[in-house]
Write a protein that binds this ligand. Structure first.
Ligand code: NAI
Ligand code: MG
Length: 356
């Protein structure tokens, strides 16, 4: 029997609503699979916690989390707390503190009706974006000089270390080799004449160790166009923190929107817990109304199962999401349906178990 310790951080807005549906799926898996069991511990951290306690999480929060196998997070952020506080004091603190330097974001179309792109089907849109998750433009390096004066200057430095750049590119090559796929690097060396020239050089260098992997290299502006015009070009993509953030929103848009997009923050060395979360935020505009689509959060469970080495479950979850969308009867309003968050979640769990 394999037992996995899961830390739950439901967070704010629709976070708790979608996490509840993900937990339902985990409990169904636990029931159906006698070799698996999960132990849940919930943490009340987020913006509400901040308004009461003046902090997004406890000072020793990382210490409290470090012995879990994984963290399952909903979303953080709410009107009344500045977004850079909720992001930096919780999400980025965990990603950085636990060296989750790989962000895996699948861009997979499950049904042609979900894409706004003309004449594109499941065959055309099926790739994985591997986003650098620890440095780059999100390193927090910079300054704000002469604040409030006419001569004020804001500096935000992109940090690209040899170690950080090489390890993400190497990780991507390993994935491409394992899956027998091509690898596309996305950068911007024409304008960013230090960081991205360096990135391209490292990509070139590491590629020599993987002669079996076919490679492409695009500028981020051209790549954004190809995401929309010719998504079939991509199989595995590796890119920097900021570019990855932006590109994967395009990825979400061409595969059904924020209600479906998932992302895993991985510490490949498994020295610290990895974190699984939907890509979307706390959506204050729809929270508390049962309107949130829980599929992104459920898809995160598929990524979690892959991480646990339970790939059969991972596959089964994605297949069931596809089945649920093909059926089209129990969908939330963002996908044109009338079901509530909870109804979709319960229906999903039934389909998952029926499909075994
Ligand atoms: P958002 O992703 O929360 O919402 C964008 C739009 O998509 C909204 O119209 C929302 O209703 C819709 N949407 C999002 N998730 C949905 C779902 N599951 N089902 C149906 N519709 C969905 O992004 P926004 O509005 O920019 O940010 C809101 C708050 O969330 C901010 O405080 C922001 O900082 C935070 N945020 C947190 C993230 C995280 O915790 N990982 C990621 C992105 C934003
Ligand atoms: Mg984002």
């Amino acid at each position: 029997m394999k037992k996995h310790k899961i830390a739950l951080i439901p967070g704010d807005g629709i976070g708790p609503e979608v996490v509840a549906e993900g937990v339902k799926v985990l409990k169904a898996i636990e029931q159906a699979d006698e070799n698996l069991s999960f132990e849940f511990t919930e943490f009340p951290w987020g913006c509400e916690y901040y308004l009461e306690n003046g902090k997004m999480m406890d000072e020793d929060g990382l210490e409290q989390l470090k012995d879990f196998d994984v963290i399952y997070l909903g979303a953080v952020g709410y009107p009344g707390v500045p977004d850079h506080i909720s992001l930096w004091d919780l999400l980025l603190k965990i990603r950085k503190g636990f060296d989750q330097y790989v962000n895996l974001r699948p861009v997979t179309l499950l049904n042609p009706s979900l894409t706004p792109l003309k004449n594109k089907t499941e065959k055309d849109i099926d790739f994985l974006v591997i986003r650098e998750n620890s440095e780059g433009e999100y390193a927090g390096a910079g300054d704000w000089l002469f604040k409030g004066k006419p001569e004020e200057v804001a500096l935000q430095t992109g940090v690209f270390s040899r170690k950080g750049t090489e390890r993400i590119i190497r990780y991507a090559f390993e994935e491409a080799r394992k899956r027998k796929k091509t690898l596309t690097s996305i950068s911007k060396a024409n304008a960013l004449n230090y960081s991205m020239v360096f990135w391209d050089e490292v990509f070139e260098e590491v590629s020599k160790e993987y002669p079996d992997v076919g490679t492409y290299s695009y500028l981020v502006d051209a790549a954004s166009m190809f995401f929309v015009m010719q998504p079939e070009r991509f199989e595995i993509v590796v890119t920097s923190n900021l570019f990855g953030d932006i590109l994967t929103d395009i990825g979400a848009a061409i595969t059904g929107g924020m209600g479906l997009a998932t992302g895993a923050n991985i510490n490949p060395d498994r020295e610290f817990p990895s974190m699984f979360e939907p890509v979307h935020g706390s959506a204050p505009d729809i929270s508390g109304k049962g309107l949130a689509n829980p599929i992104a959060a459920i898809w995160s469970i598929a990524q979690m199962m892959d991480f646990f080495g339970e790939e059969e479950w991972g596959k089964q979850i994605v297949t069931t999401i596809k089945k649920l969308i093909d059926e089209g009867e129990q969908l939330t309003p963002d996908l044109g349906g009338k079901a509530s968050t909870e109804e979709l979640g319960s229906h999903f769990t039934n389909l998952l178990i029926e499909g075994l």
